[in-house]
Design a protein around this ligand. Structure first.
Ligand code: ZN
Ligand code: ZN
Length: 141
């Protein structure tokens, strides 16, 4: 027989979980108390995770429109920074969403980024995604 540390009831040793680390070979809490304790722990744990999740979604909630605007503003700021063509392409690709098909013929791909007025501006509105043949045709103008 053993007295439970938690509920102070004297119970059979079979009412305690075995614990090799302890001199008497069983836990100081009876099984009933251990269950209550575990349940409580799980509930606290659950709440902790729920809070953590809520915070995660809050932190990662991206306002897409605002995000695009910020990118565009950032790109505009750099417009006089003397970027290389590939550097400009890289920035436009970050900002401008790539369509499924060529924005001129709506038939072909793969798509290439083309500067509409050959300005090589960092303004995404100055760029268009074209297929190879439309790109060549536009460059001839
Ligand atoms: Zn107990
Ligand atoms: Zn095309």
């Amino acid at each position: 027989m053993k007295q439970c540390y938690e509920c102070k009831e004297v119970k059979e040793l079979s009412e305690f979980y075995s614990n090799k680390a302890r001199s008497d070979g069983v836990c100081s809490r009876c099984k009933a108390c251990d269950k209550i304790r575990n349940k409580k722990y799980r509930e606290e744990h659950k709440e902790y995770f729920m809070q953590k999740n809520a915070k995660y979604y809050q932190d990662n909630k991206i306002d897409h429109g605002k995000y695009m605007k910020t990118l565009r503003e950032k790109a505009m700021e750099k417009s006089n920074s003397g970027l290389t063509t590939s550097g400009i392409h890289y920035h436009i690709k970050q900002i401008k969403e790539k369509p499924e098909m060529c924005e001129r013929c709506y038939k072909s791909k793969p798509l290439e980024l083309a500067s509409i007025n050959h300005t090589y501006s960092l303004d995404p509105l100055e760029w268009i995604y074209l297929c190879r043949s439309c790109h060549i045709a536009s460059d001839r103008k």
